[in-house]
Write a protein that binds this ligand. Structure first.
Ligand SMILES: Nc1ncnc2c1ncn2[C@@H]1O[C@H](COP(=O)(O)OP(=O)(O)OP(=O)(O)O)[C@@H](O)[C@H]1O
Ligand SMILES: [Mg+2]
Length: 372
């Protein structure tokens, strides 16, 4: 291979063929790496630099085996293609590790052959599939939630009627008891607990049936301010501070105010629950100027709201389950809070994500479009 990597041909037409081919390779959005039969890297395009974190200067002339010593699958693919002259693809299992970042990649390794059929190396193409993986995960999550939602709704219907019967009977029983009867304590528990089940069922049914959004301009800072004011009373006696970092330039967003309130209240309550007797809860709002989401044909700017706590964090093995209905680690929790949050955000065509650092805290980020 003798292709110059400093191609510069303003017309874009083949002048010096070497320059022209180098420009073509440099313009490919997928990483392209060429390895000679002796294992030396002879070509490295900018997309390969981006994906692997190695610069062209570092890579050219280096031994592929040394540079990618951690990526055994890649090493095997290259050595097999050089040995046998066959093309190998792997779109599932390959990742490239770069300081602090792991990029999933779809890789194909082609033999580099002269017209005589002589095998003179291997061409690797690397496609960054981070985005595809994220989408796959989101679809899996949505599938799981919708199956569970349907199941739960069926169950809720079945339970609702007998529950009404139990509560009615308990109320009748209470009426029969004298005012000072010790048994009143039991009927009170029965009524209170049936009310609790009834509330869970209503939430479940709500979750399973799309209600449609009642859109109006919503002042997020007012919603957050009201929630924090009320929660201040709820944490009275505990050493918990609330920090507001609001971006004053955020305009009203078009959203369903009741649902957005429920969403933020759930997140803030979870944060407060997590912190126990002391801690600091920070709520941040920002407009994301460079982040758009395609809405039908329109594109809408997004606002981000972060709810951060310095509680114990969420163990990594729980992170995937927290959105699942009934996943709760609290004695009185129903485990529906985050499932509801997920649904509200999805109905607003937004995004919700969680980052948690065990022992240090948790940050939930909600992205909502300014308009629907
Ligand atoms: N900020 C947080 N810090 C630590 N753990 C959290 C946090 N938020 C959620 N969790 C974990 O996720 C679980 C699920 O949360 P979710 O809000 O869905 O249910 P819940 O709070 O347990 O019950 P509820 O239905 O009353 O909200 C919680 O039980 C908790 O273990
Ligand atoms: Mg909750």
């Amino acid at each position: 291979m003798n292709i110059s990597n400093t191609a510069d041909n303003p017309s874009g037409l083949p002048g010096n063929p070497g320059d022209y081919f180098a420009t073509v390779i440099d313009s490919v959005g997928d990483g392209v790496i060429v390895v000679g039969t002796d294992g030396t890297i002879t070509l490295y395009n900018p997309a390969a630099e981006e994906i692997t974190g190695f610069s062209r200067r570092q890579a050219l002339g280096s031994a592929f085996e040394k540079l990618f010593s951690l990526e055994t699958t890649l090493l095997e693919m290259v050595s097999k293609t050089i040995r046998t002259g066959i093309t190998i693809s792997d779109h599932e299992n390959v990742v490239v590790r770069n300081t602090g970042r792991i990029t999933p990649v779809a890789v194909t390794c082609y033999p580099l052959m002269r017209s005589t059929g002589e095998n003179i190396g291997a061409i690797l193409t690397l496609k960054d599939i981070t985005y595809i993986r994220e989408l796959e995960a989101a679809v899996r999550q949505a599938d799981r939630l919708s199956t569970l939602g349907t199941l739960a709704a069926g169950l809720a219907h079945e339970v609702k009627n007998p529950l009404g019967g139990i509560k009615g009977a308990a109320q009748l029983l209470e009426r029969e008891l004298t005012v000072d009867s010790d048994l009143r304590e039991y009927t009170r528990v029965m009524i209170r607990e049936t009310d609790r089940i009834d509330r869970i069922i209503r939430e479940l049914l709500d979750l399973a049936s799309p209600r449609g959004l009642k859109l109006s301009p919503v002042n997020l800072h007012k919603v957050l301010g009201d929630i924090l004011l009320l929660q201040k009373e709820a944490v009275a006696g505990r050493d918990i501070t609330f920090v507001k970092q609001f971006d004053p330039s955020i305009p009203d967003i078009l959203a369903d105010e009741e649902m957005v309130t429920r969403l933020l209240l759930n997140l803030i309550r979870n944060a407060i629950d997590a912190m126990g007797d002391s801690g600091s809860l920070t709520v941040v709002s920002r407009v994301l100027s460079d982040y758009h989401m395609a809405q039908n044909e329109r594109r809408s700017r997004m606002v981000a709201i972060e709810v951060c706590d310095d509680g114990p964090g969420i163990p990594p093995e729980d992170l995937e389950n927290i959105w699942t209905p009934f996943f709760s680690k609290k004695s009185g929790g129903t485990g529906l809070g985050l499932t509801i949050c997920h649904k509200i955000v999805a109905e607003h065509r937004g995004m919700i994500k969680v980052e948690s650092d065990q022992g240090h805290g948790t940050k939930f980020t909600v992205l909502l479009p300014l308009i629907q």
